[in-house]
Design a protein around this ligand. Structure first.
Ligand SMILES: Cc1ncc(COP(=O)(O)O)c(C=O)c1O
Length: 420
């Protein structure tokens, strides 16, 4: 037995989160792709069977009330809230991340433009329709959106469209360049908390503060941080954030995303997608739109109940699990993986893109490698599942709820064998 093998066993036996693995359906595979699709929690299949057979099959329409379908988006939002450091009433679940990026970004531009302006109407209305500039430092001249130049592509595409719709210029900048790029023209900034390729963790507290100091709004994409590390949305004054639930929150393929709107901003959140579900009186069937208050304002249409209730069941795996403990284990796992890769993999075959500093590291390790696509195929054939990101990145995600240190050692050992 190698030293690292022994170390893995010791780390596993000291790991207080190790028993959580039993809450998931897993096999002998080393699953390091939970940053793409989280594993299936054991309680989900029976819950979904109940939702389909009893709630839908027997109760039918009554389930909107009796099974809590109608209120599921806010209820499940409140279940996610402590995982991202939010008090209840600020998160709504529904739609995809892409759609929520759109809602949040357009709403951010609208809010930036109405700040300081004289509001002439009550509540939110069509863009430009609820305020006049009135000579009070009219903020129409906020005509720029900054977008993380390294972002996952969907955010960039949505940002471009949001910019066109709001008459803004889109300016791609790296997160590090954001403070220097902010100006009186900046309306909104779309940022990723953790970079999807490199696993780099960006400084959410300080970037949020800089964006706000410039009079603009930051929209944070939490896809690669929620469920892997503390986010602290309330604590750090974040105004708007979105995230998916199918990665570290294990909600299942295509499970609905979420939208966080800070309580103080909710009355001013002017959604570009007002639907009947975000109406103050959805069943009033009125021709005029009057926005609901609270998190419900972020809804659009009928929620995807089957996916949503699968997510609700999946979130039960978090009962009694502090995010801080998850973060500590995540760092220990990624440290140990880097140590094993350093010891096993022949020199020069891979370069880590993942920051060494804990303060800048998410819960994944990205290794640049020649023929990365082919290498990942061979790893998967040998029972180590990560993923490949174009053009040359091997990506390994470490979900502390179900990945152990022996998995990590085996992954690095198999990688070294494949590379040899
Ligand atoms: C950072 C980031 N944003 C957005 C998405 C995807 O958005 P959607 O949920 O709309 O597919 C991903 C998917 O992996 C992602 O990594």
């Amino acid at each position: 037995m190698s030293d690292l093998d022994t170390k893995a066993r010791e780390l596993d036996s000291a790991d207080e989160l190790a028993p959580l693995r039993d809450r998931f359906v897993l096999d002998e595979t080393v699953y390091l792709d939970g940053n793409s699709l989280g594993a299936l929690p054991v309680n989900v299949p029976d819950r979904i069977a109940d939702v389909v057979r009893r709630q839908w099959g027997e109760l039918r329409i009554r389930s909107w009330e009796e099974s809590g379908w109608w209120t599921a988006p806010e209820r499940i939002g409140d279940r996610i809230a402590p995982l991202v450091g939010a008090a209840p009433g600020q998160i709504v679940v529904g739609d995809s991340t892409s759609v929520n990026v759109f809602k949040a970004l357009v709403a951010a531009v609208r809010m930036a433009r109405t700040d300081g302006g004289v509001r002439t109407g009550g509540g939110a209305g069509a863009d430009g329709g609820v305020r006049t500039d009135g000579g009070t430092g009219g903020t129409r001249d906020r005509d720029e959106i900054l977008v993380d130049a390294t972002t996952f592509p969907t955010d960039g595409y949505i940002a471009r469209s949001a910019a066109r719709m709001t008459g803004c210029t889109l300016r791609p900048v790296t997160p590090a360049e954001v403070p220097g790029a902010l100006s009186a023209r900046t309306a909104a900034v779309l940022l990723n908390h953790v970079d999807y390729r490199t696993g780099r963790l960006h400084d959410l507290p300080s970037l949020t503060a800089s964006v706000h100091a410039a009079g603009a709004y930051a929209v944070w994409d939490l896809c690669h941080s929620a469920g892997a590390l503390p986010v602290g949305l309330d604590e750090h004054g974040v105004g708007l954030a979105v995230g998916c639930t199918y990665k570290y929150l294990n909600g299942g393929p295509g499970s609905p995303a979420y939208l966080y709107v800070r309580r103080e901003l909710q009355d001013r959140f002017d959604s570009p997608l007002p639907g009947w579900n975000s109406h103050a009186e959805p069943f009033g069937m009125r021709p005029d739109f009057e926005p609901a208050s609270g998190a419900q304002r972020g809804r659009v249409g009928t929620p995807d109940i089957l996916s949503m209730l699968a997510l609700e069941a999946a979130l039960e795996v978090w009962d009694g699990v502090p995010v801080e403990a998850v973060r500590a284990k995540s760092l220990a796992l990624t440290d140990f993986f880097l140590e094993c890769v350093g010891a096993y993999v022949p020199d020069g075959r891979v370069t880590s893109l993942t920051p060494v500093s804990h303060g800048e590291r998410g819960s994944q390790v990205a290794l640049r490698c020649a023929d990365a696509g082919e290498v990942m195929k061979r790893l998967i054939e040998r029972g180590v599942v990560g993923d490949f990101r174009h053009p040359d990145v091997l990506r390994f995600g470490f979900t502390p709820l179900y990945v152990g240190f022996a998995d990590v050692e085996r992954a690095a050992r198999v990688l070294a064998e494949v590379l040899r």
